[in-house]
Design a protein around this ligand. Structure first.
Ligand code: NPW
Ligand code: ADP
Ligand code: K
Length: 510
């Protein structure tokens, strides 16, 4: 599913109308009807009053179709036109006239006192927000500037059309004032702001409806940003052949752990096994072996020499690197007190996929120039802080520009970049971006990233195409947290090891 900016959506609409010949009136009709079909299960009783708030542009035009459709179905609807009648133009005007010719009444905001308007809204159970859509520019002006915070204060169920009014549709950082929707039904393509914070919090629960814009129009304009959905996971998750053996599912090497970080290698290794890796070898510093080995029975071990309680040298021979492993993950819990020169050796001598996480990313900064010319694929899995360190920016700058900065970095260094956080983004070396919809704040806890690294490693070995493998790992990782929190676990109490434990039930759904 393509994710677009408002500007791209506008160009898609233009393409559908001007190049393909679909009438704008028809698209608006489709939009309104699709919205109503989507929200009907939310409207409990026909006696509950609905207010539709209609703005000056085409978002308001959708509001007229929605109002007509709800009235035809027997709902009690107050239809509020906020701008003066004569300001409504084009297709919105056409649908306003159709609405009026059906014998339905429009309440003109300008004919009421502000207090009377608010009083009438208070008598409604549901508010439909068709004030502003993708056409918003700059700060809110009157009367929207006053109406929007007032609507937020009413504490009603608010359902926004396309996006919450006041919110920009692109990679926003700050939100001045916008509708705080309970639900948002977005038209045809999700808008980029639905996956950036704090804008995401204004959307409430998000649904996407098809309004009949042909795929050609969407692909012609914007084909580089996608939502990775459950359907995509079902389509791409590897299927184990009955005749397969352990060698068919990949031989993994995990380089992790230190004297003081013995949990990280355990989590990464267990997660890797749970996602179907055939064989897993765990390379750990000799000083951590006893403790770690007592917690893992499925893996084999490779002992590294240590200094300061951390890996100093892996002692992996050229031959081992060439023949023995299909992919390597390096970083969880390795610490930062040595030179990390073993990472440079891996980057140059190992010609297959390497996943670099956590402290591995700290060392990577010294060798970042080797990435471009590496023989195999490189997958980096930073959180915002680690990414900020890699690119010499502040965390704030990263958080405000997650999409653009990850794209720039992945293309510049020729890597797959999984930028963690709510709505993790996977960017390919060619700059395509795939947004993960699963996960919740239960994951904001030490150790959950270590689990993800093991999952990425397992799937990368079992799938030819790396992007689906990486996106599937992020999806299933988030899904594990979602399943736990919807089945009696408080987000406060989910442990990283719970994610590993629940994995069989997560996979059972796919
Ligand atoms: N095109 C299509 O095929 C389809 C489009 N569809 C729908 O159209 C929506 C986009 O419509 P749009 O482009 O008319 O924009 P929209 O946000 O409704 O109004 C913009 C107007 O608002 C005003 N305004 C702007 N900024 C402001 C501010 N800060 N503060 C106050 N006012 C402000 C300004 O008007 P002005 O004040 O200048 O008169 C401007 O002209 C889209 O989200 C979807 O719902 C669907 O029907 C499917 C088919
Ligand atoms: N609020 C949140 N919503 C969704 N996912 C989150 C949230 N906070 C963290 N995560 C996810 O949890 C994981 C945390 O990884 P990381 O910060 O590397 O943890 P650690 O290294 O301590 O194990 C990432 O996959 C991240 O996307
Ligand atoms: K809206």
């Amino acid at each position: 599913m393509n994710v677009v900016t408002g500007e791209e959506m506008h160009q898609i609409d233009r393409y559908a109308i001007e190049e393909i010949g679909l009438k704008e009136e028809l698209l608006m009709e489709n939009a309104g009807l699709a919205f109503v079909n989507c929200i009907l299960p939310l409207l409990e009783k026909k006696t509950d009053r609905v207010a539709v708030l209609i703005g000056v542009g085409n978002n308001g035009g959708d509001g007229f179709v929605i109002s007509r459709s709800l009235l035809e179905k027997g709902y009690q609807v107050d239809v509020w036109l906020i701008p003066p009648l004569e300001k409504v133009k084009g297709t919105a005007k056409y649908h306003m006239e159709v609405f009026a010719k059906c014998g339905y009444q429009i309440l003109n905001f300008e004919n009421f006192t502000y207090e009377h308007f608010l009083e009438k809204l208070t008598s409604c159970t549901y508010l439909i927000d068709a004030l502003l859509g993708t056409g918003i520019r700059g700060s809110l002006r009157s009367p929207y500037k006053e109406i929007i915070p007032a609507v937020n204060k009413l504490d009603r169920t608010v359902i926004s059309v396309d996006l919450p009014s006041g919110l920009p549709s692109s990679e926003v950082c700050e939100v001045e004032e916008a509708i705080k929707a309970t639900y948002t039904v977005t038209l045809q393509c999700p808008k980029l702001s639905a996956f950036t914070y704090p804008a995401r919090e204004y959307y409430g629960e998000l649904s996407v409806v098809d309004i009949g814009i042909p795929r050609l129009a969407i692909n012609e304009i914007s084909n580089e940003r996608f939502l990775w959905t459950e359907k995509d996971v079902k389509r791409t998750l590897p299927v184990r052949k009955p005749s397969s053996h352990k060698g068919s599912h990949g031989k993994a090497l995990i380089i992790a752990g230190s004297k003081t970080m013995t949990g990280a290698p355990v989590l990464t290794t267990k997660a890797c096994h749970r996602l179907g890796a055939g064989l897993v070898t765990l390379a750990i510093p000799d000083v951590a072996h006893e403790v770690v080995a007592s917690q893992i029975i499925e893996a084999t071990f490779h002992l590294c020499s240590s200094k300061n309680g951390e890996i100093n040298d892996t002692h992996l021979s050229d031959k081992q690197l060439k023949d023995r492993y299909d992919a390597i993950a390096v970083g969880p819990g390795i610490g930062r007190n040595n030179t990390g020169s073993f990472l440079k050796t891996l980057l140059t001598d190992f010609q297959k996929p390497i996943i670099i996480d956590a402290d591995g990313l700290y060392y990577l900064k010294r060798y970042i120039s080797t990435l471009r010319t590496r023989g195999g694929a490189t997958i980096l899995t930073p959180h915002s802080g680690e990414f900020a360190f890699l690119i010499n920016e502040s965390i704030k700058t990263v958080e405000e520009n997650r999409f653009s900065l990850s794209k720039q970095f992945a293309m510049q260094h020729g890597v797959y970049l999984l930028l963690k956080g709510p709505n993790t983004i996977v960017t390919t070396p060619t700059g395509n971006q795939f947004i993960n919809p699963t996960g919740n704040s239960a994951l904001a806890k030490g150790g959950s990233g270590d689990v993800l690294t093991g999952m990425v490693l397992a799937l990368v070995m079992q799938q030819q195409d790396l992007q689906p493998a990486i996106s599937n790992a992020a999806f299933l990782h988030g899904k594990a947290a979602d399943i736990l929190t919807s089945h009696g676990f408080s987000p406060l109490s989910v442990l990283a090891s719970d994610l590993v434990e629940i994995m069989p039930q997560v996979l059972d759904r796919f």
